[in-house]
Write a protein that binds this ligand. Structure first.
Ligand SMILES: Nc1ncnc2c1ncn2[C@@H]1O[C@H](COP(=O)(O)OP(=O)(O)O)[C@@H](O)[C@H]1O
Ligand SMILES: [Mg+2]
Length: 256
C-alpha cells in the first residue's frame, strides 16, 4: 500500500485564475493526476467508478464531482461550493466520523472533492455480513442525533461500516442548526424509517431485531427527547415511515 498522504501544517487555500483549491493534505500522485485531468477537460474517468463519472476511487483517494445541476435552489447560484461545503461538514460533524477530506476544488464547471478511500461495506451488505455492524447501529445513530447531525438523505448507501465503526458519507443534504432544531423529531424518525426499509429489503425477518436496536437507541438518546417518551408510538411511526418508503420503492420499480 502507498504511504498515507501528508497532512499540511495548516489548511491552504489558493486561487489559480477561476479555480480555487483548498487543501488539508498533500495529494498522492494518482489522485493529483485525476484532479489535473478534471481541471483540464472537466471529466472524471480515472480509477474504479463507484458512480461512473461522479464518484471514482483513484488509489487511496475517492474523488467526487459536483456539477451545477446537482445543486438545489439558491445554491445553484454558487456552483462549485458544494465540494468545500461537504469537506467542511466532514470536520464539523465530529465526533461523528466521515472519510477525511483531503482537498476541495471549485472551478466554473463545478466542484471536486478529494477524500480518503475507506475500505468497508454500506448498510445492506454490512447488515447481512457483520453482526458487529448491526450491534453498533444504536450507538452510531444516537451519537449522530445527540450531536445534532441529521442526514437529509439517510439511506444505507450513505453509511459505511469499516469493520470497527460506522462512517457517514455524502454530507450534502446534512441538516444542522435551526433547521435541525425545528425538524429534529421528524428527521430522526425518517432516518430510522429509511434504515428499517433498507434492512427489511435484504433481511425480511429482521423486524424484531430492528425493534430491539431501536429500543437500545432510545436508551442512549436523552430521555427528554420527545421520541423517547413513548417508545411504542415512536416505533409505530418508524414502521409506518418504512412501509411508505417500501411502497414508493415498489411503485418506482413497477414503472421502470
Ligand atoms: N471515501 C469513501 N470511501 C469508500 N467508499 C466511498 C467513499 N465515498 C463514497 N464511497 C462510495 O461511493 C458511493 C457514492 O458516494 P456518495 O458520496 O454517496 O455520492 P452520491 O452523492 O452520488 O450518492 C457511496 O455509496 C460509497 O459506496
Ligand atoms: Mg450517496
Amino acid at each position: 500500500m502507498d504511504e498515507p498522504p501528508r497532512r499540511l501544517a495548516a489548511p491552504e487555500s489558493i486561487r489559480r485564475g477561476a479555480v480555487r483549491i483548498t487543501r488539508w493534505f498533500e495529494l498522492p500522485p494518482e489522485a493529483q493526476a485525476a484532479v489535473d485531468e478534471w481541471l483540464r477537460d472537466g471529466r472524471l474517468v480515472r480509477g474504479e467508478a463507484f458512480k461512473a463519472g461522479r464518484v471514482h476511487r483513484c488509489g487511496e483517494a475517492v474523488l467526487k464531482r459536483f456539477d451545477r445541476g446537482d445543486e438545489h435552489r439558491l445554491r445553484a447560484l454558487f456552483p462549485g461550493d458544494a465540494a468545500l461545503r461537504e469537506a467542511r461538514r466532514a470536520h464539523a460533524i465530529r465526533p461523528v466520523r466521515a472519510p477525511e477530506p483531503w482537498a476541495a476544488l471549485r472551478s466554473p464547471q463545478g466542484g471536486l472533492l478529494v477524500s480518503e478511500y475507506v475500505a468497508g461495506a454500506t448498510l445492506r451488505t454490512a447488515w447481512v455480513e457483520s453482526e458487529a455492524s448491526r450491534a453498533a447501529l444504536p450507538e452510531f445513530l444516537a451519537r449522530m442525533h445527540s450531536n445534532g447531525v441529521l442526514h437529509g438523505d439517510p439511506h444505507g448507501e450513505n453509511m459505511l461500516w469499516t469493520g470497527d465503526e460506522w462512517l457517514l458519507l455524502d454530507l450534502g443534504g446534512l441538516r444542522r442548526g435551526l433547521h435541525c432544531l425545528v425538524l429534529r423529531g421528524q428527521l430522526v424518525r425518517r432516518h430510522w424509517a429509511r434504515l428499517v426499509h433498507d434492512v427489511l429489503y435484504v433481511d425480511p425477518n429482521a423486524e424484531s431485531q430492528l425493534r430491539a436496536l431501536f429500543g437500545n437507541y432510545l436508551e442512549r438518546v436523552a430521555p427528554r427527547r420527545d421520541i423517547a417518551r413513548d417508545a411504542e408510538a415512536a416505533w409505530s411511526t418508524v414502521r409506518r415511515g418504512a412501509a411508505e418508503y417500501t411502497a414508493r420503492w415498489v411503485a418506482q420499480a413497477a414503472r421502470r
